[in-house]
Design a protein around this ligand. Structure first.
Ligand code: CDT
Length: 311
């Protein structure tokens, strides 16, 4: 048995006026709870240090830059790394990254139990739009403020398991899980900020959104025989409702633990990495069953090409 006690550290809304230090205090409280619960790993949401700022239209780059971290850890986040090391807990969280070259990414990092960063992932699937959209109930400007990640979907050996990360919208794309599945991933962690209502269709509300989120993560877990831990920001954020619904999914695709609230809440489950082995050597033994000669379109084209247009 290779058990990792995982704490899915859901966070309630982070208001625009909330300082990094105040948010880090909330994260420290969750880490302390995780230490009480004997967690080995704590998973925080996407853009865990700030409000989900891509909902705001900004033209002044100096203002945009205030939402980005230029170093990790930096002065505001160092206490997190110190606490993780003191408790002996590995952690992962998302933040907006500005590189020394002036590039902007929606990023998450993974540490080991000594608080050393062992993995970095930059969000590949950026939803939304880059210009102001008058037809939406609210904006989703990730394509304006970030560039698509340039690191692919690596996996890392950490806590005696193969771990990978993705971020929010990535969880809706089967290619993401399979890229990691093909590297033997056993645990995929992800954070998300999902509005409770679709900005382009008010009929798609909380119930439908929770369903799609869970459907994506349970399918990704099952089809790759891996644990999936999806951690939300939830509740009211700057007057905008965010869907909560953090879950821990086992390698058979079953939800084994879920958040009960929309606020700061630690969901704990002891996850045995050895449970991945059965699916990986049977129905999802990729080496025996995949038929790559038929998958060319997956990497060869993006949009739909109807058969009568193919030429
Ligand atoms: N943060 C993020 O990726 N949110 C998206 C919202 C999609 S609507 C533009 C998500 O897939 O949950």
């Amino acid at each position: 048995m290779r058990e990792i006690v995982i704490g899915a550290a859901q966070m309630g809304g982070i208001q625009k006026a909330e300082s990094r230090e105040a948010v880090v205090d909330r994260m420290l409280a969750l880490l302390a709870q995780a230490a009480e619960a004997k967690c080995d790993l704590v998973v925080f949401p996407e853009l865990a240090l700030t409000t989900f700022f891509p909902r705001w239209w900004m033209e002044d780059q100096d203002e945009v830059d205030t939402w980005f971290e230029t170093e990790m850890p930096g002065p505001a986040t160092q206490p997190l790394f110190d606490a993780a090391k003191r408790h002996g807990i590995a952690m992962t969280f998302g933040y907006a990254e500005k590189t020394p070259e002036g590039r902007y990414f929606n990023t998450s990092i993974l540490t080991d139990k000594s608080g050393t960063i062992v993995g970095k992932y930059r969000k590949v699937h950026l939803p939304g739009h880059s210009e102001y959209d008058h037809d939406r109930a609210f904006q989703h400007l990730e394509k304006r403020y970030f560039e698509p990640g340039d690191l692919g979907f690596p996996v890392w050996r950490n806590l005696d398991a193969w771990m990978g990360m993705c971020i929010c919208n990535d969880r809706r794309w089967p290619e993401v899980y399979r890229e990691m599945g093909l590297q033997g991933v056993e645990l995929i962690t992800l954070g998300y900020n999902t509005p409770s209502v679709n900005s382009q269709d008010s009929a798609e509300g909380l119930k439908e959104r929770l369903y799609h989120s869970e459907l994506s993560m349970t399918a990704g877990a099952y089809q790759n025989a891996a644990w999936v831990v999806g951690v939300a920001k939830g509740g009211d954020e700057d007057g905008h409702p965010l869907m909560a619904g953090s879950i821990i999914v086992d390698p058979n695709g079953f939800v084994v633990a879920r958040a009960k609230t929309e606020g700061d809440e630690l969901v704990v489950h002891a996850c045995d990495m050895d449970l991945c082995a059965f699916g990986k050597r049977t129905i999802f033994d990729f080496a025996r069953h995949r038929r790559v000669e038929h998958y060319g379109r997956i990497t060869g084209q993006t949009g739909v090409i109807l058969p009568n247009e193919a030429g």
